[in-house]
Ligand binder design. Sequence first.
Ligand SMILES: O=C(CO)[C@H](O)[C@H](O)COP(=O)(O)O
Length: 226
Amino acid sequence: MSLMKEVAGRKAVDYIESGMVVGLGTGSTAYYFIDELANRIHAGELTHIVGVSTSNETTQIAREKGIQVISLDQVNQIDVLVDGADETLRTFSGIKGGGGALLYEKIVAQNSRKVIWVVGEDKVVDELGAFPLPVEVVQFGSWKLFRYFEQAGMMPSFRKSGVDSLFITDAGNYIIDLHLGSIPQPNQTAFELNNMVGVVDHGLFLNYPDVIIVGKEDGELEIIER
Ligand SMILES: O=C(CO)[C@H](O)[C@H](O)COP(=O)(O)O
């Protein structure tokens, strides 16, 4: 359990109003948001809440807690999405996908009126890239992409699930993590990855959140808003 994740995740429920369509993020910080959302629904403080999930794991957690979850295609728009991040700049860009849900997370974010990231203070950085950049790739030809990344000095590794098997995303793809160390030009890196055949998407979320809720080790909060 991490207090900084918990205070950030629970605080985000203050942005939710009755009747909203709520995007449910993935990961341990988003978990606290989902837990608090369920608490307020059961206490009758929030009514007519519908959730749209960013992963199969989150769908299961939310439903177990009694939150109604429907598919993205059943809603016009999501009012507020609350999600975690692996690294974030104070300038509203970051890396996501440590939990392997980056593709659905990005699709849900693009369909959300307001995006809130909930993070512990250790996730706030001055430069992106210390956290390995996840790249979601189709299975066919993925070793060719791996070799390309290797030759380009991008230090790739296939995401594993257990000892022997490769991690497979909810969309049925592989993830190649790029151990770049630093990403001095995130826009350029994103542009190059976006243009590679076989790459489905990547974990660079540039200019995404409207609000970043940062939980501190001592339980205090910092809220960074545009
Ligand atoms: O992008 C994600 C999953 O794909 C998560 O939001 C990210 O990995 C942060 O997770 P946590 O809150 O557990 O640290």
